[in-house]
Design a protein. Sequence first.
Length: 224
Amino acid sequence: MKKQEKADRIGEILDELYPEPPIPLDHTDAFSLLVAVLLSAQTTDARVNIVTPDLFKAAKTPAEMADLEVDEILEFIKTCGLAPTKAKNIKKLAQILVDEHDGEVPDSLEDLEALPGVGHKTASVVMAQWYDVPSFPVDTHIHRGAARWGLSSGKNVDTTEKDLKKLFPEDTWNRRHLQIIYFGREHCKARNHDFEECVICSWATTKKRRQEERDSWSKKKKKK
């Protein structure tokens, strides 16, 4: 089966499973979404949703956040991975939003990526989920799925993003990336995955790929 045929069939399956995928990070505006996405690096969305309510009670706007000390921000987010660095970046980006963007979150990928702690993926999420600009942020679930399904070489997330953008229609990107994330979490996990039972991997993943992953799992088990 050709890549495009695979992508078309996968898209149909994802639309059936997740016709209107919700945004997993709780937020009320562009700023709260930006901070939540920044916090989600190496941290579960569930953990982020636990810590952000109290953080945003203390500082709802960039101006209020910039007025907090780094240690104050850290106290709210200390259970998140890389919390000390994230606390510093949140304060810095809040100050930049005040000084350079009139306290507003920019609607440009370039301006977002210029903010401290905001990489391409984080910026793309904000563009897709708040500004509704077609984007295809690639996280670990999407990177893994695209490689398993033979839609991308899987060499790096940049390559995966480019490959998926070619295969899926632009008007589906914003929901497609959320759909694959949910599918990865619920049906296509990283380790000890049952390829035969998976509604996509059962037909999209090659025997070679399945064996490579099984061999990798076995090696990791032996090391423990």
